[in-house]
Design a binder for this molecule. Structure first.
Ligand code: GSH
Length: 213
């Protein structure tokens, strides 16, 4: 049994989607980051960097923060959604790191400057939107010869998809990236993704290409 500490954000949704895909029973503990609950001393014992998501695996008495580490842990625990042979494993790791170090932080800055603080810094808006679009190009290219980021569906797709699901916040028309659009809608149609998206609370439907913010 896993305890999941989360909120309805891209990083949080990675883990609820993975738990749904892997059919691991879990209990949800909402951490409302809008009310600063991530700074609660009890939560800091589990997640010392005061961010969601975090888990506690009661079977192993183990607490984990950082969505990439949690995805790897869940994949290893179940032997699913992560290739085992050496070359494919390292391919998975490089793309997971690409998401964790590039897609998440850069699109996070797009949300900050373009969605929530528009007009405060033209330089920052241009810098992050250009970098965001460059990352979409890289993803589009990667998906031009594969159905999913590694070929088969994996935790790497699960790490990246929730960030792309905010394409409207990023002022990006996903239809300009046809391979990303195809990959995005395929994953959006998975029942486990639809369940995991609405953790910890039922929210607006998953955005679809052509929808406006
Ligand atoms: N690298 C971390 C980033 C986690 C993160 O930035 N979480 C955000 C929500 S998506 C958060 O908890 N923000 C609250 C805060 O910064 O105080 C991960 O992938 O788990």
């Amino acid at each position: 049994m896993i305890d999941l500490y989360t909120w309805g954000t891209p990083n949080g949704r990675k883990i609820s989607i993975a738990l749904e895909e892997l059919q691991i029973p879990y209990t949800v503990f909402p951490i409302n980051i809008g009310k600063d609950e991530q700074f609660d001393p009890d939560f800091l014992k589990i997640s010392p960097n005061n961010k969601v998501p975090a888990i506690v695996d009661r079977d192993n008495d183990l607490a984990l923060m950082e969505s990439g580490a949690i995805l790897l842990y869940l994949a290893k625990k179940t032997g699913k959604l992560l290739p085992e042979n050496d070359a494919d494993y390292w391919d998975a790791l490089q793309w997971l790191m690409w998401q964790m170090a590039g897609v998440g932080p850069m699109l996070g800055q797009v949300h900050h400057f373009v969605r929530f603080n528009q007009g405060k810094s033209d330089y920052a808006e241009a810098r992050y939107i250009n970098e965001g679009r460059r990352l979409y190009d890289v993803l589009d290219d990667r998906l031009s010869e594969r159905e999913f980021m590694l070929g088969d569906y994996s935790i790497v797709d699960i790490s990246t998809w929730p960030w792309i699901s905010r394409f409207n916040w990023q002022t990006i028309d996903i239809r300009e990236f046809p391979n990303v659009e195809r990959w995005y809608t395929t994953i959006a149609s998975r029942p486990a993704v639809q369940r995991g998206y609405h953790i910890p609370t039922e929210t607006d439907p998953i955005p679809m290409p052509g929808d406006t913010a």
